[in-house]
Design a protein around this ligand. Structure first.
Ligand SMILES: Nc1ncnc2c1ncn2[C@@H]1O[C@H](COP(=O)(O)OP(=O)(O)O)[C@@H](O)[C@H]1O
Ligand SMILES: [Mg+2]
Length: 288
């Protein structure tokens, strides 16, 4: 791989496939946002953190909620404060600039150093959201009419956008992004992930736990399949509980760490759920 396409190579605590490394590096080289899709727990958020760390760049996170508007990423004009000041304060309210608060995009654009900007879980917002940001992400610049100011990126940030849902994003938006789908990790990859989080875990416990975990994911009709983060918690619970790996062939202790819905718990045969959740050796309450 040419030097221009080999800047990102992962970090010690983040296992990254070669294709994902390539996607990140292509996004950097082309200066395009990287859109990362995948099931929850496949390491999308952590990828951005790892990229910032690996590239030695400042990390800015914009967490998207159902109520988030694109405008908030650019700037908000605090008219309420201005009105308050005009009545009770001693500030010069004609200077509107002091009431303009830059959003995360503004923060990323005005930063003196290049940054990694994570727009996390873009699918949570309404359909208009991605379209409303198209232009600004493309030209990395926007105008603030209230002050006549133009905010332009001093250094083009590496923008990483994540999306969980199946929900499709608008074509015009997709056209401007580099796309990467993170597959759910296979067993070899999962073993590496577990090892970076729990380096001292007994090998046999890890293998049996993975075996049980993947069969559980195959139970048909689960409303919420357990993800990587749940497996990581589970192996920790099993270790803390001093669970013998052989037990996992016929029993699933601490099942509430893996399954979070009553209906899903009902799908797992009772005999597999037995005893474990009430194991005396386990230091925490299962329902906690
Ligand atoms: N490739 C990976 N390498 C190391 N840890 C990972 C990896 N993928 C997932 N994890 C772990 O799984 C958990 C969930 O990852 P996260 O980035 O929050 O997933 P997502 O954003 O896709 O829902 C985190 O605790 C993370 O440490
Ligand atoms: Mg995430």
């Amino acid at each position: 791989m040419s030097e221009k396409l080999s800047r990102f190579s992962g970090t010690g605590d983040y296992i990254v496939s070669e294709e994902l490394q390539n996607s990140v590096n292509v996004a950097i080289a082309l200066g395009r946002p990287l859109l990362v899709k995948g099931e929850p727990g496949t390491g999308k958020t952590m990828l951005a953190k790892s990229a910032a760390e690996n590239l030695g760049l400042k990390f800015i996170i914009w967490n998207i909620k159902s109520t988030t508007k694109a405008q908030e990423g650019l700037y908000v004009y605090d008219t309420v404060q201005r009105l308050y000041d005009s009545q009770f304060g001693d500030r010069d309210v004609s200077d509107i600039k002091q009431y303009i608060r830059l959003g995360k995009l503004g923060e990323a654009f005005t930063s003196d150093e290049q940054v990694v900007l994570l727009i996390d879980e873009i699918d949570k917002a309404d359909l208009e959201f991605p379209n409303d940001l198209l232009w600004e992400l493309d030209i990395m610049s926007y105008f603030i009419p209230e002050t006549g100011e133009t905010i332009t990126a001093k250094n083009r940030p590496l923008v990483i956008i994540t999306s969980n849902a199946e929900k499709e994003l608008p074509d015009a938006f997709l056209r401007r992004c580099i796309f990467h789908y993170i597959d759910f990790p296979d067993k070899a990859m999962m073993a590496s992930i577990i090892k970076v989080h729990h380096p001292d875990l007994e090998e046999r416990l890890m293998l049996q736990a993975m075996e049980a975990f993947y069969s559980l994911r195959n139970v048909s009709g689960l409303l919420k399949k357990p993800s990587t983060s749940e497996l990581l918690d589970w192996v920790q619970a099993l270790e803390l509980g001093g669970i013998n790996p052989d037990r996992l062939t016929h029993e699933l202790p601490f099942l509430g760490v893996l399954l979070k819905k009553n209906q899903d718990l009902d799908r797992v045969p009772r005999n597999q759920q037995e005893r474990g959740g009430r194991s005396k050796s386990f230091p925490y309450s299962q329902r906690g």
